[in-house]
Design a protein around this ligand. Structure first.
Ligand code: GLC
Length: 431
């Protein structure tokens, strides 16, 4: 029934809006070129994003029949995706036209991307959350157009919370550990040997940086690398928190969690075999539609020793390669992709909250993603990409590798953090 309602909702929204947009002759769309051209787009295989991208391409090709958008499947791991982009960019390859730019990449990729302010109106720019435009502006150039935001949240099985006598989701990470242990023991006693308390992203990749930053900020109230360049890896509360996370592996979390990315965590959750999951907003719509999840809720991530919880800011933007043979067509696609009209349809299909401010007052958006609000960017924790710019990936790699070595038991947390501090000092050339 729930599934049916969602489908009806999507059908009711997508079809008429797309038609109105295409028929509205007051809104003539500038395709950038009259020539027949083909451009490529690197898509997102995670959740329903691929479907929403395919629908976007279909609408765009209807508006600009002379432009064909070829859909290339990008990697689900953002760490691997960045490597693909960098290899192509370093070769100045024209194979890549339009790309998805992670919120952490403008500084990293700026030299390879066009200045989008030359291709869109000021109105288009002013429609987006200002913090995102600021994030995407590198040395005065707008290197990407915001599309959507993300933030870590806690998914919980409300039916199981009730069954085990809990009246609210966990407020602290200790409470999450206790509740997970109790629910897991109970479900296993009833015969479900595959049941786990908590699933999250523990693979050695960018997603672990996101999870671990949430633990770090919740326990210390600070970033592991501040916007002033201060390295904060050695802190007793953070070390205790990393130790707690390591203790989850093989107890309340599957031993394989140290190789999980978003979709592996979601698979366990979707099979109905997890009480809690840390994931991004995209897992909301797929959870609503799942038949194996009787009831669920979402909540802010638990708090740590600082007394506060923390949620990492994520999200994706659209950029155009400097090496594209068809920059006008590619920019037209990026402009359509990030238009308020398309952002709305895309957001409804993915429950990834939009970048366009006015959509937060839209009742359909509010109903589809009740957890979204315009102050998210301010209340979430940003990864230190604005400080480390083109060194961000190296910083993040040092961090997730250090945390991964703690999770796998290869290194004690205090030693791993001391080594990390030295490695970061060397990389950033600080003392
Ligand atoms: C999500 C976020 C992105 C982050 C990635 C990590 O896609 O939106 O910002 O880097 O997850 O796996």
């Amino acid at each position: 029934m729930r599934k049916l309602l969602v489908l009806m909702l999507i059908a009711a929204l997508v079809v008429p809006t797309a038609v109105v947009f295409a028929q509205d002759d007051t809104m003539e769309f500038d395709c950038g070129t009259d020539e027949e051209v083909t451009i490529s787009f690197f898509g997102d295989p995670v959740g329903t994003h691929g479907e929403a991208e395919a629908a976007t391409i279909e609408r765009f090709e209807e508006l600009c029949p002379n432009i064909t958008v070829e859909y290339a499947q990008g990697s689900a791991s953002v760490t691997d995706l960045l490597a693909t982009y960098l290899t192509a960019f370093e070769a100045e390859s024209s194979d890549i036209d339009v790309i998805r730019v992670d919120v952490i990449w403008p500084g990293q990729l700026a030299d390879h991307l066009l200045d989008m302010s030359e291709y869109v109106s000021q109105e288009h720019i002013d429609a987006q959350l200002p913090a995102l435009i600021e994030n995407d502006t590198v040395d005065g150039r707008l290197v990407a157009l915001p599309l959507r935001i993300g933030f870590g949240m806690l998914y919980y099985r409300s039916d199981l919370l009730e069954k085990y006598g809990y009246d609210a989701p966990p407020a602290t990470w200790e409470e999450l550990t206790e509740m997970s242990t109790t629910i897991q023991e109970g479900e296993r006693t009833e015969g479900n040997d595959e049941f786990w308390g908590f699933v999250w992203q523990g693979n050695a990749y960018e997603g672990l940086t996101c999870n671990a930053l949430e633990w770090h900020a919740a326990s210390t109230g600070e970033n592991f690398l501040t916007s002033e360049g201060e390295i904060n890896t050695i802190n007793d509360d953070a070390i205790a928190m990393y130790e707690m996370a390591a203790s989850w592996v093989g107890t309340i979390s599957p031993p394989g969690v140290v190789s999980y990315q978003e979709e592996e965590a979601r698979a366990v959750w979707h099979s109905g075999n997890a009480a809690f999951m840390r994931n991004w907003p995209y897992a909301y719509t797929t959870s609503v539609e799942s038949e194996d999840i009787p009831e669920f809720g979402v909540a802010p991530l638990p708090s740590g020793a600082s007394g506060m919880g923390a949620s990492t800011l994520g999200g994706w933007h659209i950029g155009v390669s400097r090496y594209s043979d068809n920059p006008e067509a590619a920019a037209a696609f990026a402009r359509y992709f990030t238009s308020t009209e398309n952002q709305k349809l895309y957001a409804l299909q993915t429950t990834s909250p939009p970048a366009a401010v006015e959509l937060y007052d839209d009742p359909e958006i509010q109903e589809a993603m009740p957890f979204a609000s315009t102050d998210i960017v301010e209340i979430t924790t940003a990864r230190p990409s604005n400080f480390s710019k083109d060194q961000y990936n190296a910083v993040s790699t040092l961090y997730f590798e250090a945390v991964h070595s703690i999770l796998t038991g290869e290194e004690d947390a205090d030693v791993a953090m001391e080594l990390l501090e030295l490695d970061m000092m060397e990389l950033l050339d600080t003392e």
